[in-house]
Design a protein around this ligand. Structure first.
Ligand code: HH2
Length: 308
């Protein structure tokens, strides 16, 4: 292992034991190290989404450089603990965005937000190291890599060098194809496969020198997963929590939420989004990437008080 700096609450890296039911620890005692310092997870943390794209699947999440500050202020006022900025949609069929174009969408907004709210961790949602590097230079504190460091070999060393926090999300295939069902081929233990593949992502991060306490794991709800696969993952989320890293979930208005509610369109998926967040909280998730910060904040604050 290239880096042998072991964080105080360092999890075991083989996924066989940890803080979950088997390991006996409490995910509420973790903190996640971003470039701005540790973010204690003693309360549910909400990552509000701003998509600087013309084609993200939920039109309500789309914004542009002119409007982003006002939107960010609203999300922060509603209780967001972090903001996640994306410049490329993962929606199946969305056009691939060249790195220069993606950076031009995201970086000026990162800079403006970092100047306005210097203590607010800003996350950049990208699989491209060039985009992440420009965003980190502009003040981002976290890299949210929906490929779990699979698609750009320069990403893991960059995260390590920058001292950034990183979200390692489970997915398969390319950005254009990962939100489709093309690679949703699992045996009878879906979560076991997700845990194993996220374990490989952790290995990529650690081998490049990313410390364990900078890593958060995300099962990638709806990514390379049919609804039944996402359901299986959420039902067994404790196995992912037991890997010992903070767990982030992103159910917001996704197709599985609509399907489970009888075929609801994206506009009507907020109640189901809240249900998925509350269930994930009960299983030990501590970070929630959502579009509707105010509603999810209220729901999670109540759920947090009720979860034993
Ligand atoms: N989901 C989306 C994008 N990025 N990142 C993480 N870590 N987890 C997720 O579940 C996740 C993510 C898809 O949502 P959105 O960004 O709103 O849509 P689009 O990709 O169409 O811009």
């Amino acid at each position: 292992m290239a880096n042998d700096v072991v964080p105080v609450d360092s999890p075991p890296l083989d996924g066989t034991a940890g803080i979950g039911p088997s390991g006996g620890g409490d995910p509420r005692s973790l903190s996640w190290r971003t470039r701005l310092g540790p973010l204690p997870l003693d309360r549910p943390r909400i990552m509000g989404v701003l998509n600087l794209t013309p084609d993200s699947f939920w039109p309500g999440s789309r914004t542009d450089a002119d409007d982003a500050l006002r939107r960010a202020e609203a999300l922060i006022g509603a209780g967001a603990d972090l903001l996640d900025l994306g410049g490329e949609s993962t929606r199946p069929g969305a056009a691939a965005v060249p790195p220069a174009e993606e950076a031009a969408r995201v970086v000026p907004v990162v800079r403006a937000l970092a100047r306005e709210w210097p203590e607010l961790p800003i996350s950049v949602d990208t699989v491209k190291a060039a985009v992440a590097e420009a965003a980190l230079d502009a003040g981002a504190a976290v890299v949210n890599d929906v490929s779990g460091l699979r698609l750009d070999p320069a990403m893991a060393p960059l995260v390590a060098r920058a001292g950034a926090g990183v979200v390692l999300m489970h997915s398969r295939s390319t950005v254009e194809r990962m939100a489709s069902y093309e690679t949703a081929a699992y045996g009878d233990d879906v979560v076991g496969e997700v845990v194993a593949e996220l374990g490989e992502a952790v290995d990529r991060a650690r081998a490049a020198g990313v410390p364990g306490n900078a890593i958060a794991l995300d099962p990638g709800l709806g990514f390379s997963k049919r609804t039944a696969d996402t359901v299986a993952v959420l039902r067994s989320l404790r196995r992912l929590v037991a890997m010992g890293f903070p767990v982030l979930v992103g159910p917001s208005r996704k197709r599985f939420v609509g399907e489970l509610a009888g075929g609801l369109p994206v506009e009507e998926r907020l109640p189901g989004t809240i249900a998925a967040c509350v269930v994930a909280l009960g299983a030990g998730a501590r970070l929630f990437r959502v579009h509707d910060v105010a509603a999810v904040r209220r729901a999670l604050d109540v759920a947090e008080a009720l979860v034993p």
